[in-house]
Design a protein around this ligand. Structure first.
Ligand code: ADP
Ligand code: MG
Length: 269
């Protein structure tokens, strides 16, 4: 039986003047509904490119991607944008909010393209912002919100469509420890409610604590695919490649707690 989301020999190569960059290189994997997958790896290893392919934001140069029985690599541009509108929520390190719109309008805008009746949009946007603790920030513009609040608006925008899968690309990369923790707790909670979460991070420790499964990328390839220590009783299944960080070895499972490594700030786009 095939998984809900599968790739086979998925490739995304970029042509440069003298050579080819293999951003994603023959990746074959399967992800089931309800999983919480972390994608880790050094900067430039292809994490964002893989996420963008799975999210239908980019197209492969080779291989297959199938989601819920639909071959993404065969869809037209319009069909692909329909896939994104209906099934995909996405959050990024840089929150990517519309600067001149209020929080409410930013969230409402996500419903313009997915067929939600006009009369429902505002109410749903309002409800989602309240759920994320932003009920008193509805009329604020991004510039008047803290980084943590902006990321919660971005989460509300991603979630208001009721997506089947949430992709998060370094969602805590621009946040301080406390706000990062709040976003991670929210991802855990949403996953607990059944939402599939696929998160890119270069924080290997955080990935191990929160995700049920960690994919490790190296030069465009998935070189490790292991259940996170916290999610398995036995010793972790070590990937074949040497980890970039030597401090992420097979330590004892660590319960989610107040200790959380500081988010890597200053690696903005
Ligand atoms: P990561 O998210 O792991 O840091 P990326 O997926 O952003 O890595 O990039 C993987 C590789 O692909 C890098 O070598 C990067 O320079 C290259 N790359 C990414 N986007 C482009 C692009 N639009 N054009 C050319 N090369 C790109
Ligand atoms: Mg990236």
């Amino acid at each position: 039986m095939t998984a809900w989301m599968t790739t086979a020999d998925l490739c995304r190569y970029y042509k440069r003047a003298r050579h080819e960059v293999r951003a994603v290189d023959r990746v074959s994997l399967g992800i089931e509904r309800g999983e919480f997958v972390a994608v880790v790896g050094a900067s430039g290893s292809g994490k964002s490119t893989l996420l963008n392919l799975l999210a239908g934001l980019d197209r492969p140069t080779g291989g297959h991607i199938e989601v819920g029985g639909e071959r993404l690599d065969r869809l037209s541009r319009r069909e692909l944008s329909r896939y994104r509108a209906r099934k995909v929520g996405m959050v990024f390190q840089s929150f990517n909010l519309l600067p001149h719109h209020t929080a409410l309008k930013n969230v409402e805008t996500a419903l313009f393209f997915d067929g939600t009746p006009r009369g429902e949009r505002r109410g749903r946007a309002h409800e989602m912002l309240v759920r994320l603790g932003l009920g008193d920030r509805l009329g604020h513009r991004p510039g008047d919100l803290s980084g943590g609040e902006q990321q919660r608006v971005a989460m509300a925008r991603a979630l208001v469509k009721r997506p089947e899968v949430l992709f998060a690309d370094e969602p805590t990369g621009n946040l301080d420890e406390e706000n990062a923790r709040a976003i991670i707790d929210l991802l855990i909670e949403l996953n607990g409610e059944g939402l599939t979460v696929i998160m890119v991070t270069h924080d290997v420790d955080m990935a191990a604590r929160v995700a049920k499964r960690t994919l490790r990328m190296h030069y465009g390839q998935v070189v490790g695919d292991s259940p996170s220590p916290a999610a398995t009783p036995g010793p972790p299944d070590l990937p074949p490649a040497a980890p970039e960080r030597s401090d992420s070895g097979p330590s004892a499972p660590e319960p989610p707690g107040p200790r959380s490594s500081a988010p890597d700030i200053g690696r903005g786009p």
